[in-house]
Design a protein around this ligand. Structure first.
Ligand SMILES: Cc1ncc(C[n+]2csc(CCOP(=O)(O)OP(=O)(O)O)c2C)c(N)n1
Ligand SMILES: [Mg+2]
Length: 320
């Protein structure tokens, strides 16, 4: 396992800030009524997206979920085109036709957000099979939630990936809730990763708020996948600070739970490590925050000024 360099660590810190500012801006604009449709935010879960994608090359693939902004940004997606998509503008990734849950950037290996719970997993199988057949050396990571882990298709995907020894990592962001449903009311096991032995693959449960733990665990799983030894199942225990969707009154959360989690902010925890173990000056971290914040402000301005789709484009890219 390679040691995390200061340069890589700083890049990861920036990516976490970028996701946080992107989603905070999206939340604010949603509240103002500027974004049509639903948005699902991953604020509090940034260490997962970033720790995973920091182990991948641009040629590697990820498949994402309905909560996919962080995944896309961490894989190298463009904040301006993403924000424009949220604003339903022509300059968006799907020309404003898809919104938050239909953002993909194949050029950076981001094969798509996905509104169909569980489907990131068979799509990950397909991407990994492509890499195996082509002998390209690429790996795929399928992000999914603990809610998705009970879907039939999740088990079909893990079964097939193991059988064919595909270069794939199943990465579960176990954020305690599936919509309004708490973990223990729909998963019989303490950990989603405990299912891994049934598929003859390694399974590990980690602290999803610790970006270095995510990175190091992923490095091992990616190395295993690249070496042709097959898939792994990683479960990161994490927490979403916001509701399932923006506007969710969150009545199902016990009082004080979100505040308790906010005190363990993954960005603050990483910053403490960067100062103490990597010798990074506080001023450097503040500068990173300022730059990422202003890049997101630029993305919002870009999206606000972008043009709306026009009615004559209604049937473009419609095939049936
Ligand atoms: C096939 C399917 N069934 C149900 C839904 C409705 N739905 C949207 S999100 C969600 C819960 C997903 O929970 P989880 O996998 O834990 O992801 P999280 O929202 O916590 O990130 C459900 C049931 C859906 N979108 N697709
Ligand atoms: Mg969940």
């Amino acid at each position: 396992m390679s040691k995390l360099t200061q340069q890589a660590a700083l890049g990861m810190h920036r990516a976490m800030c970028r996701i946080r500012y992107f989603e905070e801006a999206a939340a604010a604009k949603y509240k103002e009524g500027e974004l049509p449709g639903f948005i699902h935010l991953s604020i509090g879960q940034e260490a997962c997206a970033v720790g995973v994608c920091a182990t991948l090359t641009p040629e590697d693939y990820i498949t994402s979920t309905h909560r996919g902004h962080g995944h896309c940004l961490a894989k190298g997606g463009d904040a301006k085109r993403m924000m424009a998509e949220l604003f339903a503008k022509e300059a968006g990734y799907s020309q404003g036709r898809g919104g938050s849950m239909h953002i993909a950037d194949v050029a950076v290996g981001m094969l798509g957000a996905n509104g169909i719970v569980g489907q990131s997993m068979p799509l990950g199988v397909g991407a990994a099979l492509t890499a195996q057949v082509k002998g390209s050396g690429a790996v795929a990571v399928a992000f999914f939630g603990e809610g998705a882990s009970g879907a039939g298709v999740a088990h079909e995907a893990m079964n097939m990936a193991s059988l064919w020894r595909l270069p794939l990592v199943f990465f579960c962001e176990a954020n305690r809730y599936a919509e309004l449903t708490p973990y223990e009311t729909h998963v019989p096991l303490a950990n989603v990763a405990d299912r891994a032995p049934a598929y003859d693959m390694p399974g590990v449960t980690i602290d999803g708020g610790d970006v270095v733990a995510v990175f190091e665990t992923m490095e091992e799983a990616v190395a295993r996948a690249r070496a042709g030894h097959g898939p792994s199942l990683i479960e990161a225990k994490t927490y979403r600070w916001h509701g399932h969707y923006e506007g969710d009154p969150q009545k199902y959360k016990p009082e004080g739970e979100t505040e308790k989690e906010k005190a363990r902010d993954p960005i603050m925890r990483f910053e403490a490590l960067l100062r103490e173990s990597f010798g990074v000056a506080a001023a450097g971290l503040e500068a990173a925050h300022a730059e990422e914040k202003s890049a997101i402000e630029a993305a919002v301005a870009f999206a606000e000024q972008a043009v709306d789709p026009t009615p004559d484009g209604l049937t473009a890219n419609v095939y049936a």
